[in-house]
Every structure is written in C-alpha cells, then in structure tokens.
Design a binder for this molecule. Structure first.
Ligand code: ASP
Ligand code: MG
Length: 408
C-alpha cells in the first residue's frame, strides 16, 4: 500500500479549528486508500512561549531540561490531533520521538538524528492506524530527550519518509510553496513549481523558511519534498532532483533571492598570522555548537591579521564569551562585534561557470546605496552581508534587477 508522510507546521495546528482542519486533510488521505504518517509541530508560538517561560526562572536554562520542556509542545499538538482524528472516526495513535524510534546524538537544542528504528510506526500502520509523530524531538542512547533545533519538525518528517521508504514527504505550512523571494518583502515574487535540492538548500540556509537539514536529508535519500499550504488546495512547490534540462541556456539562471535577518558579526583584531590560529579560534565555538557562517580573514600586515565572522544574533553573547576566553591564548588584541546585520543572497544553479553574476549583484546594491560589509560565494550562491535596515530594499532591488519580478 502507498505510504505518504505529511508534516504540519505550528501555524497549521494553532487552534482547535485548525487541528480539526488538519485531521480532515489527513483523513482524506486515509479515505483515498493510502497509509499515512503525519508529523506536527507545536501549536502556534508554543515553542517561543516555553522558551520565554524557561527564562523567567533561569536566564540560561540547563540545555537538557530545556529540551525536555520544549518537547512537550509537540506532544500537546499531536495528542490533540489524534483526538480529533478519532472523533472523526479514524483509528489513530500519537507517538513521541522516543516511541517513534528517532535516535539522536546528545547535542541538546541541535541534536542530529543518527538512526530511526521504525518498527513501532510500522506495526501501528499494519494495524490500519494513522500514525501521528511528534516533530522536532528524539532520544539519546541514554534515553534523554533531545530537540533537533528550531524548525526541526521538517527534518523529523523527511527522516521518517526516508526510513519508511515513503514515496514523498509533504510539508504543509501557511505559505503555498517556495517563492523567488519572500512575498512579504518582495510583492512581485513568483511561486516556483519545482526547485532542485541544491538550490533549495541554499535558499533554506539563507532565509526561505525550511529546516535546511530536511533538504540535505531529502537529497541524500532522494525523498521528493512537496511544500504546500494546509489552508487550501493551491499547487505547491516540488523540491526534487531537477534534471539537467535540454536548452539549459534558456533557463532563468537566478532561481531566487534569499535573506536572513538577525546576523551578528564578530571581529577579532590583530591575531598573529601563523598556522593553527584559525583552528584555535573556531574550535571552541564548534564545541559549544555555535555555527559560524561567513568568515573573512584580512591579508596580514606585520604578521597580524583581523578575522571577522558572522553568527546568529542569538548566539552572539555566547560566541563572544568563547572567543574572549581564547583571546589570551591566541595573542589577539581585541574583540569587537556588531549585532545589527543581515545577509542577502542570489541563488541559482544556472550561475555555475557563468561569469558576471557577482558584479551585477554588487552594481544593483551600489545603485541602491547599499554598502556591502562582507561577501561569500558558493558555486550556486552569492551572499552579501549588509545593514539590517536595508535588507528589504536589497531583496526587492535584486529581485527586479535579476528579472524575477512577475510580468505585469
Ligand atoms: N516547534 C519547534 C519550533 O518552533 C519545531 C518546529 O516548529 O518545527 O521551532
Ligand atoms: Mg514552530
């Protein structure tokens, strides 16, 4: 029998009425004769509220306890969803991450799935049940509860789809697909019918709202991911292996414009220019699970150099603490930071091996009076770090400049 995996985001299960709507959608799949596993996120802003609640009792809550607390958000939404399904006459059961066999490492708050043992899910499906799995959570080998990082329910869903060899993973959310830019920022943005995993990974890492690890998993296990709205039936976007099309030259070469607010920059001044310094600087950050994005090292002047890098703004205080602790050992002079930055990126697999995209991006930003602080590139992406208050303008200007605006 065909098996489908669905995922419903927090806004799709935000209240009783929406939970019933989702239950009806899941029921319709079951009526159509397929087996279904559905993953849900916590209701609305529950996760944010739980984090705020934790902070009222402790400014820096213990990571293990925080994960245990946050995991309850998904238990609530999923138990309610199962109750709604049962009320509609479907046999259904909720499984926590633990019960669904989602095993992770011990990195609280950012745990990675290392294996899924789907035996329980399979046996419930075999009994004809709809299986609802709590997103965003797993269990360590010592049976401690972990969470996968903000937005991690996408990753739960794609990982389950891979483990269960489902045909596809459907992600239902409050937007009806992946756009050429965030439509709230660039009203001329167009919906993409399909997008390749690599492009989507760049888009998801730099703004489009999906957990990037879910795209990595989709690519690794070749799980097509369909993103659509839970509130209607408009066609969504299929993320899959896009074939190298004939007539590739005709393809629009820029797929989309992504942005990320809440970027902070740290600059370590006058670091000695010798082997091992960068490793000594970044190892402590990696050890505490802070991911570093754009990194720029200046050419050295008199054997000293400046190293700048960006982190998520929420990681800034911890990152500064780690860097300052290592400062003496590094022999660097000082650490300065700027928390008010953003990144804007031009993404498209058609840009590979084609010169001129970077200069065009810089020209468009320059004409908009937008100063570029840092630049990074990958084969299919060019990103600029700019001032946060200019990011919306930058997105609109690039969207128009790269001819992505909808035809009037
Ligand atoms: N509820 C979690 C969060 O808000 C996980 C998710 O939504 O996917 O980050
Ligand atoms: Mg959420």
């Amino acid at each position: 029998m065909a098996l489908v995996v669905h995922k419903y985001g927090g806004s799709s299960v935000a209240d009783a009425e929406k939970i019933l709507n989702v239950a009806r959608r899941i029921g319709a799949v079951k009526d159509g004769g397929a087996d279904i596993v559905a993953v849900a996120s916590a209701m609305g802003d529950t996760t944010d509220d739980l984090i705020d609640l934790a902070r009222t009792v402790s400014p820096e809550p213990d990571p293990r306890e925080l994960d245990l607390l946050l995991s309850t958000g998904e238990l609530v939404s999923c138990a309610l969803l199962t109750m709604a399904l049962r009320r509609l006459g479907y046999d259904a059961i909720t499984l926590s991450g633990f019960q669904a066999g989602i095993h992770t490492d011990t990195m609280y708050g950012k745990a990675r799935i290392h294996r899924i043992d789907p035996a329980r899910v399979r046996s419930e499906l075999a009994e004809g049940k709809v299986v609802i799995v709590a997103g965003f959570q797993g269990i360590t080998d010592d049976l401690d509860i972990t969470t996968l990082g903000r937005g991690g329910s996408d990753t739960t869903a794609v990982a389950l789809a891979a483990a269960l060899e489902a045909e596809r993973c459907d992600i239902y959310t409050d937007v009806d697909g992946i756009y050429t830019a965030d439509p709230r920022v660039a009203p001329q943005a167009r919906k993409l019918a399909e997008v390749g995993y690599e492009e989507m990974l760049e888009l998801a890492s730099y703004g489009a709202k999906m957990h990037p690890r879910s795209i990595e998993l989709g690519a690794a296990y070749q799980v097509p991911i369909y993103v659509a709205s839970s509130f209607g039936d408009a066609p969504g976007t299929l993320i899959h292996q896009v074939a190298e099309m004939e007539g590739m030259e005709n393809r629009v070469k820029v797929t989309g414009i992504a942005y990320q607010a809440n970027v902070a920059k740290i600059t370590v001044r006058s670091v000695p220019d010798r082997p091992g310094v960068a490793a000594a600087l970044f190892e402590p950050l990696a050890a505490v699970g802070i991911s570093v994005d754009t990194i720029v090292q200046n050419t050295s002047v008199e054997r000293a150099t400046d190293i700048s890098f960006t982190v998520a703004r929420s990681d800034l205080p911890r990152a500064i603490r780690e860097v300052e602790t290592g400062l003496a050992a590094l022999g660097a002079a000082e650490v300065v930071s700027d928390p008010t930055l953003a990144s804007v990126s031009v993404v498209g697999s058609g840009m590979q091996n084609t010169p001129g995209y970077a200069s065009r991006m810089f020209r468009i930003l320059a004409e908009g009076g937008i100063n570029i602080d840092m630049i990074t590139t990958s084969e299919i992406r060019i990103s600029c770090i700019i001032r946060e208050e200019q990011v919306a303008d930058a997105v609109r200007l690039l969207h128009r400049g790269f001819q992505l605006d909808e035809e009037e």
